[in-house]
Design a protein around this ligand. Structure first.
Ligand SMILES: NC(=O)c1ccc[n+]([C@@H]2O[C@H](COP(=O)([O-])OP(=O)(O)OC[C@H]3O[C@@H](n4cnc5c(N)ncnc54)[C@H](O)[C@@H]3O)[C@@H](O)[C@H]2O)c1
Length: 366
């Protein structure tokens, strides 16, 4: 039996996120015996994970339908979703059959959307193969595709029935993508679990070692934070506290960078710069100490993540921040820290503060 850790996400139907190594059989075990067909949605460029899962499904007596889709964001289109629906239709998929999403966040977002919409919802098992997918995209039940007008504009809240994070999958992930995923891990370290920061500071290379126990602990801790947040606020309704919005720490500025850079920046890199920006903003607003602000830069830099952004682009970034979906009315809204592990909100900051915080991220890149 594989050595696994389980984190439970509570909600309309509780589900487990299983974290460990060599978990091919865990995926098959997550499919109920009532399922006669299982579609394995995966990037066509990475057939091996899907093939392995297919073999373990066959051993469990279920015939898999391997559904290759375009790589990365290319999968998140209505055309690709329609191709998947047609394949399920031709194969006679019923309400008691399952969809498995295997791949990065783009693939699991598409697979989730297809599962949510086919026959108004069939069971979904997510098998993220990137660090970002494990700690963020595949956990929490947000699914979606892009349209010509923007990213993630069509989708639904549709929790999976299980998420299987096989750390062995990360062996093939390029180091730059591993580090980018680590930006989301560090983010929840700052907002909710400072032990994450201690672990990274104790040894950044151990944190990035896919064979090591530190990475496993970091993934487990980050998943636990996301599970706790999502369990308390399943559909981003908030009910008073910060709710899921806490996960947006660093993201207001990050989304603006992504838009201005026309999505050529990795999301995790934009988040890294966004964390530096928002920590500077909180300091200038008198809410975060200079030591805590410096800690943001040091931790992110130690992981090889960018901490500066080009000078002279504030007007474009402000325009982009104003159209970000997290903005309420015309008021810019930032999740900030009042200390490590103490998130709060900063609404409608003074334009001079916004410019001064920008000067901090722009200073070394000019
Ligand atoms: N649903 C959510 O809550 C949520 C949260 C965060 C991000 N997202 C979405 O996640 C997506 C980004 O996810 P991502 O960073 O995983 O990108 P991705 O899915 O585009 O994957 C990045 C690249 O890595 C490849 N890849 C996947 N696994 C690999 C492996 N083990 N080894 C080598 N290469 C591998 C992919 O094929 C792709 O080319 C975006 O579409 C974003 O909108 C969703």
């Amino acid at each position: 039996m594989a050595d696994t850790t389980r984190v439970t996400v509570r909600g309309e139907g509780d589900y487990d996120v299983v974290i460990g190594r060599g978990l091919g059989d865990e995926v098959a075990a997550a499919v109920p015996s009532s399922a006669r067909r299982v579609a394995v949605v995966h990037p066509g460029s990475r057939p091996d994970d899907a093939r392995r899962i297919g073999e373990s499904l066959r051993r469990a007596g279920v015939e898999p339908l391997l559904l290759p889709v375009p790589d990365g964001e290319g999968a998140k289109t209505s055309e690709v979703a329609a191709t998947c629906w047609s394949a399920l239709g031709r194969d006679g998929f019923t309400r008691s059959d399952d969809v498995i999403g295997v791949g990065g966040g783009a693939t699991t977002d598409l697979a989730g959307f297809v599962a949510a919409t086919w026959l108004r919802g069939v069971r979904l098992v997510q098998v993220p193969t990137t660090l970002l997918g494990m700690v963020d995209a595949a956990v929490g039940g947000k699914t979606g595709i892009n349209t010509a007008e923007g990213k993630n504009l069509v989708g639904s809240f549709y929790p999976p029935s299980a998420v299987v994070c096989d750390l062995d999958a990360l062996r093939s992930l390029p180091p730059v993508d591993l580090a980018a995923g680590m930006a989301e891990v560090v983010k929840v370290g700052f907002t909710s679990d400072p032990v994450i920061l201690d672990l990274v500071e104790a040894g950044p290379s151990a944190a990035l070692d896919v064979e090591g126990d530190v990475l496993r602990e970091l993934v487990t801790r980050a998943v636990q934070v996301k599970a706790d947040v999502v369990s308390a606020d399943l559909r981003e309704s908030q009910d008073g506290g910060l709710g899921r919005e806490v996960l947006n720490y660093g993201h207001t500025f990050a989304h603006a960078v992504e838009l201005v850079e026309r999505y050529r920046w990795r999301h995790g890199h934009a988040v890294s710069v966004g964390l530096v920006y928002v920590s500077a903003l909180a300091h200038l607003a008198g809410r975060l100490t200079s030591d805590d602000t410096a800690r943001h830069v040091e931790v992110l830099r130690s992981l090889g993540l960018p901490t500066t952004y080009a000078d002279g682009r504030l007007p474009e970034l402000l325009d982009a921040m104003r159209v970000d979906k997290k903005t309420r009315g015309d008021l810019l809204r930032f999740v900030v820290l009042d200390g490590i592990g103490r998130p709060g909100l900063l609404e409608g900051p003074d334009p001079a503060l916004l410019a001064a915080a920008y000067a901090v991220v722009a200073k070394e890149s000019s």
